[in-house]
Design a protein around this ligand. Structure first.
Ligand code: SF4
Length: 692
């Protein structure tokens, strides 16, 4: 293309961290494709990454701050917007104290340098115990189990996809999600490569997902029962003398005692996986020299989320697959310093939520109790809210209640590029620049990558006139709440310092000179250096987890009841925020209620009917899709939809609204160890609706 140039940029839309090759014409990104020379992604791109230019150019994106006046959001300049923020936040802080201001941090923060560097100072300056994030509707159970096992909630082993011969995946659908808590550009290609080298991958899921359809084997499992299956495997490892514990592991025999009550014959009726298959899975994992168990969101957003996340790594550790090539391993990111192999360990409950008394975990409280804290009168009631890149009005349980609670706040400020279902409640909206106008380094995902690498991209385009950098927005908010003067943010200087102090001694200059990234080699064993436990060992049977096994034991006798709801993920969707991109929402309606033909027949429903779905907390109407890809007794709705509320400015999303599955999920049910919401396995009733 005449007068165009090429630039390279890591895709910030999901955890896969693919390298993109962008075609720039003037001030616009006119094409995006996979960067064939990228050291990690080798040219892979998915439909979301290919729309990079449409996302950055979205005419509905906010480019100037908004202030709400007489119920309408109007554009103002930055100084005026920050004056309104100061006038709204400072009186709440001064009158009611720091806990009267809550903060909610959404998932996109882990994809930005601003999120990596400038959120912690803001949270610290607020001094509130009411810190909430998308982690408690997602992966908090994994942080907690790893915190207890390895001493730090950020020490998370990832499956060594490129060298494993047997991968057992539970509650994960990387063919659609591109992977999570395991950064692996072209995850599907890496799975196919396992098969090409005569290995296997097995999927355990209540749905025959796209990943399951490509697997060597798919095992249906009842939603929320993966912990029973995994305990059945652990039981077999002990009973059949298959143990081969990884080095530096203690607490093996205590785990064996806990597993005694979970024989395959006992857990099979609960989880729905045949006892013989549970036994043979244990034998196959034990016999394979290079095997890995990987669990993702379906194992976290359930009532036994932390136990399940723990058991994933218990199986890895008992079969010798923790920290060895082809098993699960610990990445070494370029900005992270090596450790000493010991530390203070992990603990929770440094404070508790005011209303429900729920313990703090990893510096935050469960978002399932945010509405309680806003609605319940009393000292330290939440009266003001800061949201950064989050849409809790769609993404958290019983979101109808939270939506109503948000409208009752005294003041709310949101850092967000969209006027969406959450930010419509804000008094001030502060829009960050789009991804092409800011530097990019993955503080989070380089620490979760299945191969060590480094990549940094400077801004591809200059700032738009009148725009404010996202780091500066957060720094200015920090200054307002702390009362200290604001100074210009310096993210690149901070990154350079972290790289120089890191294990590879890299510099920012080296990364700038390497637009396709720098390969740092395959993962290498890191035990015991990576540990932060007081013992300097992998503490396989920590007391809080052992105590929670009693709760699991109590569920052994539960009779499977009626229909239960689970979520699902689509390749062209990413939670709630990419539904305003025409290329990603076109085609058939994907926000359908999937149910099995046997259930459909029993309920007198056929494809295309409307059905009323009711849970303890809410009711919605959804279009029925009859399919045997879900198991009998299970219905599925995707999450992140429900764009039909007034006061938003997302034209495309509003034309493809879908329904909000979190109208049905229940904020009163959480995984007690992590505070994570339970978004899968929700009891529902369904009945046909006659279309008028
Ligand atoms: S897989 Fe993720 S990182 Fe890669 S192009 Fe797609 S959205 Fe971007």
């Amino acid at each position: 293309m005449a007068d165009s140039r090429t630039a390279y940029r890591t895709c910030p839309f999901c955890e896969a961290a693919c390298g993109l090759e962008l075609t720039i014409a003037g001030e616009r990104v006119v094409a995006a494709r996979g960067d064939r020379d990228h050291v990690f992604s080798h040219g892979f791109v998915c439909p979301k990454g290919a729309t990079f230019g449409q996302v950055t150019d979205d005419p509905d994106r906010l480019r100037r701050p908004l202030v709400r006046r007489a119920g309408t959001h109007v554009e103002v300049d930055w100084d005026e917007a920050f004056d309104v923020v100061a006038a709204g936040l400072r009186p709440v802080l001064e009158t009611y104290g720091p806990h009267a201001v809550a903060i909610y941090l959404g998932n996109p923060n882990v994809h930005t340098m601003a999120g990596g560097l400038y959120l912690s100072p803001l949270v610290k300056a607020l001094g509130t115990r009411n810190v909430f994030s998308a982690s408690t509707v997602d992966q908090m159970p994994k942080h907690v189990s790893c915190g207890y096992l390895f001493g730090s909630p950020l020490t998370i082993p990832v499956p060594d996809l490129d060298r494993t011969d047997l991968l057992l995946m539970l509650g994960a659908n990387p063919w659609e999600s591109n992977g999570s808590l395991a950064t692996a550009a072209d995850f599907p290609g890496r799975l196919k490569a396992i098969q090409e080298r005569a290995g296997r991958f097995i999927v355990v899921d209540p749905r025959r997902t796209r990943t399951a359809a490509h697997a060597n084997e798919h095992l249906f499992i009842r939603p929320g029962t993966d912990a029973f299956l995994l305990f059945g495997i652990v039981h077999t490892l002990f009973a059949d003398n298959l143990l081969n514990p990884s080095p530096y592991v203690e607490g093996v025999s205590a785990v064996g005692r806990l597993a005694e009550d979970f024989a395959p014959s006992v857990v099979a009726p609960v989880c729905g996986v045949p006892a013989d298959r549970i036994r043979s899975l244990a034998h196959e994992l034990a016999a394979s020299p290079r095997a890995a168990v990987y669990g993702r969101i379906g194992t976290c957003t359930v009532e036994f989320g932390t136990l399940t996340s723990w058991l994933v790594d218990v199986v890895n550790a008992l079969t010798g697959n923790l920290d060895r090539p082809g098993g699960v391993m610990f990445p070494l990111a370029p900005h992270v310093r090596r450790g000493k192999g010991t530390g203070k360990g992990f603990r929770v409950g440094r404070w508790h939520s005011r209303v429900r008394g729920l313990p703090e975990v990893k510096g935050e409280l469960p978002v399932a109790t945010l509405a309680d804290e806003i609605e319940t009168p009393g000292d330290e009631q939440v009266r003001a809210l800061v949201t950064v890149a989050g849409n809790p009005a769609l993404s958290t349980p019983n979101s109808g209640r939270l939506d109503r609670a948000l409208s009752g706040l005294s003041f709310m400020v949101s850092v967000d590029p969209y006027l969406n279902e959450t930010t419509r409640h804000a008094d001030v909206v502060l829009p960050p620049p789009d991804a092409v106008r800011k530097g990019h380094y993955d503080f989070s995902f380089l620490a979760l990558a299945v191969r060590n690498f480094a990549a940094y991209n400077p801004p591809v385009l200059p700032p738009l006139p009148g725009a404010m950098d996202e780091c500066d927005i957060l720094a200015r908010l920090t200054a307002i709440v702390s009362g200290a003067p604001s100074s210009p943010a310096e993210p690149e200087r901070l990154l350079d310092a972290a790289l120089r102090a890191g294990p590879y001694g890299l510099t920012l200059e080296q990364l700038v000179a390497s637009p396709h990234g720098i390969d740092l080699g395959p993962l290498e064993p890191r035990l015991p250096e990576v540990l932060r436990t007081p013992s300097g060992r992998v503490e396989l049977c920590p007391e809080p987890l052992a105590a929670d096994v009693e709760r699991l034991r109590g569920a052994l006798d539960r009779e499977p009841g009626g229909l239960v709801l689970i979520g699902r993920r689509h390749l062209r969707s990413n939670n709630s925020w990419m539904h305003n991109v025409p290329a990603l929402v076109k085609g058939r309606d994907r926000c359908t209620l999937q149910l099995h033909p046997a259930d459909a027949a029993r309920l007198d429903l056929t494809d295309g009917d409307d059905a009323q779905v009711t849970s303890r907390v809410g009711t919605l109407t959804a279009r029925v899709e009859v399919t045997d890809t879900v198991m009998p007794g299970v219905v599925s709705l995707p999450h992140g939809w429900g764009h039909d509320v007034p006061g938003t400015r997302q034209t495309v999303a509003a034309a493809h609204p879908g329904v909000n599955s979190n109208v049905l999920t229940d904020e009163s049910v959480i995984d007690p160890l992590s505070g994570n919401s339970v978004l899968n396995g929700i009891p529902v009733e369904i009945k046909p609706l006659v279309r008028s």
